[in-house]
Design a protein around this ligand. Sequence first.
Ligand SMILES: [Zn+2]
Ligand SMILES: [Zn+2]
Ligand SMILES: [Zn+2]
Length: 432
Amino acid sequence: MMSCIEGFERFDSPGKGRGLRITRSFKVGELLFSSPAYSYVLSVKERGCYCEFCFTRKEHLARCGKCKKAFYCNVKCQKGDWPMHKLECSAMTAFGENWCPSETSRLVARILARKKTQKQRCVSEKILLIEELQSHVEDVDNEKREMNEADIAGLHRFYSKHLEFPDHKDLLTLFSQVACNGFTIEDDELSHMGTAIYPDVALINHSCLPSVIVTYNGTSAEVRAVQDMKPGDEVLISYIDLLYPTDDRNNRLRESYYFTCDCQECKSRSKDKAKLKVRKQSDPIEPEVVNNMVRYARKTIREFRALRHMKTPSELMEMCEQSLEEMGAVFDDSNVYMLHMMYQAMGVCLYMEDIDGAVRYGEKILKPYSKLYPPYSLNVSSMYLKLGRLYMGLGRRSMGISAFKKAMVIMEVAHGKDHYYLTELHKEMAQK
Ligand SMILES: [Zn+2]
Ligand SMILES: [Zn+2]
Ligand SMILES: [Zn+2]
């Protein structure tokens, strides 16, 4: 069973299983294809900021009269969303404060509802069917299995009124499929807005030197070239944050996606030295000292991630500052582990509304970011945007405009010139 989107074909990629390749050329910034979501869900914390149905960001959205928790552009969007929203509407009222399914459970409930109602194949499954998504269910470790079990319990608890569930084994497979193939929908500053399944995009394999980038327009995913591509080239996206050195990237890929990357960058490790840059000193630093500090940095990053939601902002800030001081004895300011903790510190500053602090960290991060990430990176454009918006807020207009312009160069390629993020940005720049 095989169908095509024009200009593409599914093929067996050597060493990777199935993949997607192009049958005509594409230039940098050109749209390869746009894919509607098979299923999607807006994050609970974004309710009221975006329409639950079309993900439009605007003020004065209309509220669902029953649960008063879902928000819409208008009656049309509310009606459109009802087949999915009804899974949650009365349950949210009934459970009140105790309604707390994970975002993954919420998405899986929608997938099950969609599977049940849909006799015909979804238009978004042009080349890959939802049942064909990889699950790696046999590779799942205990920690992930426990998480899946908790998610399944949540599904039974909060959704049993409207859904009939497949047996436990099939549910475990479905949760594993969502873990491997789910996409996080992010806004222009890379804030998490929701989660979705795009079967066509899920077919694209990983590379640390990606040829395309995925951005979101409403609830659709758009895939654009970030390199000139010729017929026969495989379409490759990055599954992970590309800031980190080769070993860290591959640890992450093995943990989350169960493979090791063998792209050109993983073979040559050409950027690893710059990514692990050591402070210049009169006596060179011993390799053992550097290795110990790398271990310390990885441990700190893990701890910070685990404690992020449990500590107060000032405790988190202390963790950032302490680790930066410790690492700073060995690592250069442009070392990726330093950048990682500065990025966290910037986030804490923003949360505490310490704008000057956030700007200070942002300015330190930007230059090495532009050097260490690939030429068109959303991590870089989002950092320019954040900083630009902070400058504008502080009345430093020319600095703001200059940061916005740098973000736009990347966004015009990644999002396309007509994307509403760019329209919004033009408006922000015109404001006095
Ligand atoms: Zn809407
Ligand atoms: Zn409702
Ligand atoms: Zn790689």
